[in-house]
Design a protein around this ligand. Sequence first.
Ligand code: HEC
Ligand code: HEC
Length: 295
Amino acid sequence: MADLPNDFWSAWIAIITVISFVALAWIVFSIYFSGKDSKTATEESVEPVWDNDLREGNNAPPLWWFWLIFSAMIFSVIYLILYPGMGAFKGVLNWSQDSRLDDSYEVYNDQFGDKRIEISASSLSKLQNNTGLMTTAERIFTRNCAACHGEDGRGQASLFPNLMDVDWQWGSSAQQIEQSIRLGRNAMMPSWQAALGDEGVDQVASYVMTIGSEEADSHPGKAQYNQFCVACHGADGAGNPLLGAPNLNDDSWIYGGSVEDIKRALVDGRNGVMPAFNDRLDDAQIKLLVAFLVR
Ligand code: HEC
Ligand code: HEC
């Protein structure tokens, strides 16, 4: 309640709370203790009687009901003294959601502070040899990465790359993997349909299948590959980690390795996006993930 816009609204709420409370108390007390005992009231007033024995009967509700409301009222008063509720008054206990959050941060730091310092001081290979920490890393992976990269990290749906093999689109070093995680990655492979035409797409796709083999040299798609593709994928198809251009001369494919898959890459282009985790994970968590992934 400390963030109410100004004193006026704070006082407004406090006054309405008090007035409603007093009004409720007045109603409850007047029902039960209006000065006249309900029995004497029945005797004194001339009560209409219908059909010989049918009376209006204005008896007060049962007394246990009064005690129920009364104890709820006492509870409210104590609550409003201890906790925020009366406008901007913070309550005697000074409780707030923020302070609860601060408390839990403190507990978290007490529990894990040393651990985190230890992690940031350790080398990656030392972390990799610590089975306890690697289990933690796996848990961080499951929670943050498995939805895309799969429970086992082996990729899925021919959309999300396998992170457990030796093939790295954006580079295999610890720094490169850390950058993939921290800043994310945006792969830019445009569509080649307009440049190549239908026949060109067929020929280049077929050429890509042969890269690295003997047929490649005399393949009719080679000229167009050299014209349009070498800048990123290289003459030998080895790719370029700076651009995220994958290796095309091995058996590992992000989006599938059939001629159809490759044709689809050429016609539609490919724009894989790896989200940035800089703001979602802290340094210790990211370091654990790098140790978990790097080989
Ligand atoms: C929303 C889905 C998604 C999530 C969540 C996700 N990734 Fe990715 N990640 C991708 C995609 C898509 C790519 C491929 C980007 C591209 O096409 O270049 C990728 C690429 C990567 C790469 C580069 C792979 C290479 O071959 O160079 C690494 C490393 C990586 N992710 C690690 C992680 C880690 C660690 C997490 C969890 C903290 C994570 N990713 C969470 C979608 C995701
Ligand atoms: C501007 C750089 C660039 C050029 C030029 C380029 N590519 Fe790519 N290519 C990429 C990138 C980056 C990716 C990765 C896309 C992703 O991860 O979503 C890619 C992905 C691919 C894939 C999918 C690989 C897989 O593992 O699934 C194929 C196939 C491919 N390119 C073929 C070609 C061919 C053939 C040409 C020439 C017609 C070409 N590319 C030109 C950058 C380029």
